[in-house]
Every structure is written in structure tokens, then in C-alpha cells.
Design a protein around this ligand. Structure first.
Ligand SMILES: O=C(O)c1cc(=O)[nH]c(=O)n1[C@@H]1O[C@H](COP(=O)(O)O)[C@@H](O)[C@H]1O
Length: 248
């Protein structure tokens, strides 16, 4: 693998949204040798549990544990402490939980690190508006007026001020977030669809090339890879497209 492809692969996060460890393990086998991140979300974690995460880490994988915590500050602090102790590389909370909750997540993470010096500080990010949320749904159902981008940027600012490292947003909002929060504030962007693949429940989407060209740091891709006839080929095509747009 060339340096450019390697660099692009490190910015791809593959979502293992599976109902059991067997299917997840099969996909990991397909991706062997590709240095991408692995994302474990609610569906897999609630059945596979922490042992699956420890196993991935012991085998050298970079792991994003996507449990989107949203609770009272004390509970989120405890959750962040437990998650950090698993040794994951990235995890998330919902920005809608507010500043105090996000600061509590940072405190829980830092407490775990201070107790065990072998742990590395994970990247802690806040979900802004889910990529499945359209402008209309945000206004009429969630009850937030205005543009999605403005809410996303507001949440991103709160996350930065609360000590988080970045946010989850759609790739469309990446440039506005970077402009307000700075280039080093991390954007992790699901809602990525290669040309011709089904959007499904995602509404705010870009292609892998567009998402990288917009300056986003990490792309989260699930079904376009996990649902492909040849998942490895699908992942390689996405990485190639990403690598072609790194300096756009
Ligand atoms: O936090 C996330 O990862 C996340 C946030 C968000 O706003 N939208 C979103 O789709 N995700 C996750 O990103 C993945 C996207 O999967 P696909 O739509 O199959 O590519 C899923 O695992 C979602 O849980």
C-alpha cells in the first residue's frame, strides 16, 4: 500500500453494525491489512460487550466505541471512565446533553487516565445533529429553529469550550465547524455515500471525495462497505477516492 493510500485508510472508520460477533469478525477478516479504524456501535456492543473491544485492542485495531452517551453529568462521567478503561481510541457523547455533561465526560476520561498510566487519552467527540436529521425534522419534530448548520456549529463551539477534541457531524458542515473551532478541532463525518450507493436513512450526505475535499478528518462508512458483495473492494475503492482528494 502506497503512503497516500495508507494515510487515507487511517482516516476511514468502518462501522461494524452487526447483530453478532461472528458477522463482525468475518468483516474484519475481509479488511485484514487495511489500517482503517473499526467502529463498534450499540447493536454490536450490546451483544458482544466489553470483551469484544478488549479483543480488538489486543489485536492492534484502532477502535471508535460509538455509544453516544446522553445522560446526567454524573452518569456520563462514570460511563466515560469505564469506556476509557477499555483502551478505546475514540468515543462520543451527545452535545445536546449540554456543557456540564460534556465537561463531566472529560473529567471521567481524565480520571481513568490518571489512575492507569498505560492508557492513552482517547479522542472524545460530541454528536451534533445526527446525519439522518433533515432541516424539516430538526425544526418541526426536535423543536430547534433555524438552519441545521447553525445548530451544528453552536454545538461544536460548546463541545470545544467543554474540552472535547471534536464533533460528529455530516461532511457538509465540516468547513463551517473548522472556520469557527479551528483546523485542529476534529470532524468525524458519517453520511458518506459513494456515487450510486443508496442513501438509506442518511439525509445530509457527500461522496468520500467530497467529504475529504471539504477538509473533514475522518469518514464513517457502514453499509456501503458491509452491504457490498465484496466489502474489501468497496473499502479499497473508498480509500482510493479519499486519497485522490486529500489536497483539494
Ligand atoms: O456517531 C456516529 O457514528 C453517527 C452519528 C451520526 O450523526 N450519524 C451516523 O450515521 N452515525 C453512525 O455512522 C454509521 C453510518 O453507517 P452507514 O449509514 O451504514 O454508512 C452508523 O453506525 C451510525 O450509527
Amino acid at each position: 500500500m502506497s503512503q497516500a493510500l495508507h494515510t487515507a485508510a487511517r482516516r476511514l472508520i468502518v462501522a461494524l453494525d452487526y447483530p453478532n460477533t461472528e458477522q463482525a469478525a468475518q468483516l474484519i477478516t475481509h479488511l485484514e491489512g487495511i489500517p482503517c479504524y473499526i467502529k463498534v456501535g450499540m447493536q454490536l456492543f450490546y451483544t458482544a460487550g466489553p470483551d469484544f473491544i478488549r479483543d480488538l485492542k489486543s489485536r492492534g485495531y484502532s477502535v471508535f466505541l460509538d455509544l453516544k452517551m446522553h445522560d446526567i453529568p454524573n452518569t456520563v462521567k462514570g460511563g466515560a471512565h469505564s469506556i476509557t478503561r477499555l483502551g478505546v481510541d475514540m468515543f462520543n457523547v451527545h452535545a445536546a446533553g449540554g456543557r456540564q455533561m460534556m465537561a463531566a465526560a472529560v473529567a471521567g476520561m481524565e480520571q481513568a487516565i490518571s489512575e492507569d498510566s498505560s492508557l492513552r487519552r482517547p479522542v472524545l467527540i460530541a454528536v451534533t445533529q445526527l446525519t439522518s436529521t433533515s432541516q424539516e425534522v430538526m425544526n418541526r419534530e426536535i423543536g430547534i429553529a433555524g438552519k441545521v448548520e447553525d445548530t451544528v456549529v453552536h454545538y461544536a463551539q460548546m463541545a470545544r469550550e467543554s474540552g472535547l477534541d471534536g464533533v460528529v457531524s455530516s461532511p457538509l458542515e465540516g468547513p463551517a465547524i473548522k472556520q469557527i473551532c479551528g483546523k485542529s478541532f476534529v470532524t468525524v463525518t458519517p453520511g458518506v455515500r459513494p456515487t450510486g450507493s443508496a442513501a438509506g436513512d442518511q439525509t445530509r450526505i457527500m461522496t468520500p471525495g467530497q467529504a475529504i475535499a471539504a477538509g473533514n478528518d475522518y469518514l464513517v462508512v457502514g453499509r456501503p462497505i458491509t452491504g457490498a458483495a465484496d466489502p474489501r473492494e468497496a473499502a479499497e475503492q473508498i480509500i482510493e477516492e479519499m486519497s485522490n482528494h486529500v489536497n483539494d
